[in-house]
Design a protein around this ligand. Structure first.
Ligand code: IVH
Length: 675
């Protein structure tokens, strides 16, 4: 490489590292994935032609190409400490008393303390060492004195800089922090792992730990791991810092990711407010936390307070109620879902998990029960993270009763007694008795009436059970023929409620095509698919007649869903119910194709951020464009609207600070529906 070429190469390395930082550390990409890939390919080309010139900073150098045979042990120059814990406000109060008293005794002054308050990330503590600004070593915490050398694995994390972003690097800097697997990445990874026969992890913490203990860095590189810095170990620099927060701010300028929720608070009330605020946010965060940490912010006061054996006196962890606890499986039952799927459910001895009482946990399917070997009488770990349905994580085998029996799935439907089937390639057993199975009939009608479907007010789950059990309705169409007398005649039914139900049923007749499609409960046709179908095909007749080619040509509709749609409309019973429903007066406005005058977001610049639950990103983008919007990647003063999914990060904060209108995914769906 001649020198202009070399300069160009170095510039390309810098540019790629800059964009990786925008993406992984700051959550604020400036270019699309496609543009990044293009630059990356140019880099690969350069390096292929000049292998002798490859820079150690190049993003291609993150992943070593050979596995280790073992992890070497490393002694930490500055031990990695742990933290004391408190669980209650009283214990927190005692902590504050203890340290203010001690400070008064040592200095003769009295203090009202400022704390750095931080989420306590539930991952793995690591220490990463830089010499003259270059990453030279990374280690696990181990026992605090001696850890394992995991340098090759840590190098694969895109949020860890290989070189510090400064012209005057410290001689030595050991950055300490937590490696976590983001929840979104964890779910995506597990479904990939399941498909490819790789190990599925019980929770993001185990996944992060397992990934860092991988001897083959090429495997670690495939795991979505993220590093958050929260303190320093050995530090040799001429710089001086007065507070912990100044250190964190400096680390951020060097290129590290610092948790966005970290903040300064005053005294006990400040701590306690932070604890409650983060507790409320806990379920929405994209990373697991098991509490918050308070650290005396003033470094000279930290020095005065010093340490007890293994933990600093100047910091404390305030823990949240456990999200994983043990209890006993009292029984295993199976439930029949709307589409006949048979789901085993564990009935548990009541237990509090994450602050909520839990008595049931889903066991997903037969394979899952056998994989985890869950039996009646077993003591099990139950996990409930955020709003997620409680799950059995694993069995405590040592506590298994002697004569316990392996669970056997039923061969027949527990409700209609018909033989159960398993389709090829599917994990779930199914009752294929359709509407002749009372369980499926009830679940279908509940779905039909639900808020996102026909939204029938006054028709709750119990009432559906009663209406079906009493023989008053067999299909959703029968709802529209109910009389007030019939409903009022049901046990425990007041006249007023009967009237309200009939009003609710009447009101539901004015609907939209996409809601109606969704309400039919076709397998795998969720809200977003229903919306795509309605918008692209415009009439029910078109959809009912569509063939596999025209369906699979639509965005995000594959072979499997298309097959379900065609099979559904082929069934004569389904066609009858549909024509009865329309005969009873269900109607919706006509849909026009991309009408210029009906583009409520005409000319607006819109940004999407966070995780969407009901539609894919590409669907959302296409829908926004149909509404007239221009969709861009980053928030700026030109942005008119931010659509924020779950766990929205820095784009959300930036939009807030710029006073940009922020809406959620449901707003987008409603806007599309109103067209
Ligand atoms: S500070 C000297 N800050 O909690 C203080 N630790 O029980 C060292 N942790 O092993 C720790 N989030 O892995 C600190 N914001 C945070 C943290 C945090 C999680 C973990 C860390 C440590 C454990 C202490």
């Amino acid at each position: 490489m001649n020198s202009p070429e070399l300069i160009k190469y170095q510039a390309l390395v810098d540019e790629l590292n800059h964009h990786a930082r925008q993406y992984y550390v700051l959550d604020d990409p400036e270019i699309s994935d496609g543009e990044y890939d293009k630059l990356y390919r140019q880099l690969l080309q350069f390096e292929k032609e000049h292998p002798e010139q490859v820079s150690f900073e190049s993003p291609t150098q993150r992943v070593a190409d050979a596995p280790l045979t073992h992890f070497e042990q490393i002694r930490h120059v500055v031990p990695m400490l742990s933290l004391g814990n408190v669980f209650t406000e009283e214990e927190l109060h005692a902590f504050e008393q203890r340290i203010t008293k001690r400070l008064q005794k040592e200095t003769g002054e009295s203090f009202s303390l400022v704390y750095a308050a931080e989420p306590k990330l539930d991952g793995l503590a690591v220490s990463i060492r830089y010499e003259q600004g270059i990453l030279v070593q990374a280690a696990t915490r181990g026992d605090g004195q001696i850890g394992e050398n995991i340098t090759v694995n840590i190098r694969t994390l895109p949020s860890v800089p290989l070189k510090l972003n400064t012209k005057q690097p410290p001689e030595v800097l050991e950055v300490r922090g937590e490696v976590v697997m983001l929840r979104s990445g964890f779910e995506a990874y597990n479904s990939w792992a399941e498909k490819h026969g790789e190990k599925v992890f019980a929770n993001p913490r185990n996944a992060a730990a397992g990934s860092l203990r991988q001897l083959d860095p090429r495997k670690t590189a495939k795991r979505p791991l993220s590093f958050f810095a929260y303190s320093v170990g050995e530090l040799v620099t001429e710089k001086h810092f007065g507070t912990h927060f100044e250190v964190l701010e400096w680390l951020a300028t060097l290129g590290f990711q610092i948790n966005q929720l970290n903040t300064l608070v005053k005294g006990l009330t400040g701590c306690s407010d932070f604890y409650h605020r983060i507790g409320q946010l806990r379920a929405q965060l994209d990373f697991d936390i098991d509490g918050v940490v308070y650290k005396v912010n003033d470094l000279s006061l930290q020095d005065t307070l010093g340490f007890v054996t293994k933990a600093p006196r100047w910091a404390i962890a305030h823990k949240f109620p456990a999200e994983e606890v043990t209890t006993v499986v009292e029984d295993i039952e199976v439930q029949v879902g709307r589409t006949g799927s048979i789901t085993p459910v564990a009935r548990l001895q009541a237990v509090t998990v994450g602050g909520v009482t839990v008595t049931n946990a889903t066991l997903h399917n037969e394979a899952e029960i056998y994989r985890k070997d869950i039996r009646v009488g077993d003591t099990v770990f139950v996990r409930r993270a955020g709003d997620v349905i409680p799950e059995v994580v694993k069995v405590v085998k040592s506590k298994r009763p002697k004569n316990s029996q392996i669970f056997k799935m039923p061969t027949h439907c527990p409700v209609c007694n018909s033989l159960l089937f398993k389709e090829e390639g599917e994990a779930v057993l199914r009752c294929v008795n359709g509407m002749d199975c009372d369980a499926q009939r009830k679940e279908s009608i509940k779905h039909f009436a639900s808020r996102k479907a026909m939204d029938i007010e006054g028709l709750g789950d119990k009432l559906v059970d009663q209406l079906v059990d009493s023989g008053l309705i067999h299909t959703p169409a029968d709802l529209y023929q109910l009389t007030e007398q019939q409903v009022a005649g049901l046990p425990r039914m007041a006249e007023k409620s009967a009237q309200n139900l009939l009003i609710g049923i009447e009101n539901s007749k004015k609907s939209t095509l996409s809601r109606f499609l969704y309400a039919l409960g076709i397998r795998e046709v969720g809200e977003a698919t229903a919306l795509t179908l309605a918008q692209s095909m415009q009439t029910l007749e078109n959809i009912m007649q569509a063939d596999i080619d025209s369906l699979t040509a639509l965005p995000d509709i594959g072979q499997v869903v298309s097959g379900h749609i065609i099979a559904y409309f082929k069934q004569p019973q389904n066609r009858t119910v549909i024509s009865q429903l329309i005969g009873h007066g269900i109607q919706w406005p006509d849909i026009q194709k991309s009408d210029q005058n009906n583009q409520p977001l005409q000319g607006q610049t819109v940004v999407l951020t966070g995780k969407l639950n009901q539609m894919t990103r590409s669907d959302a983008k296409a829908a926004l464009q149909q509404l007239g919007a221009k969709v861009t990647g980053s928030v700026s003063t030109n942005t008119d609207l931010l659509i924020a999914g779950e766990n929205a990060g820095s784009k959300f904060t930036k939009a807030q600070s710029l006073g940009i209108k922020i809406v959620d995914e449901q707003w987008l769906i409603d806007t599309i529906n109103q067209r």
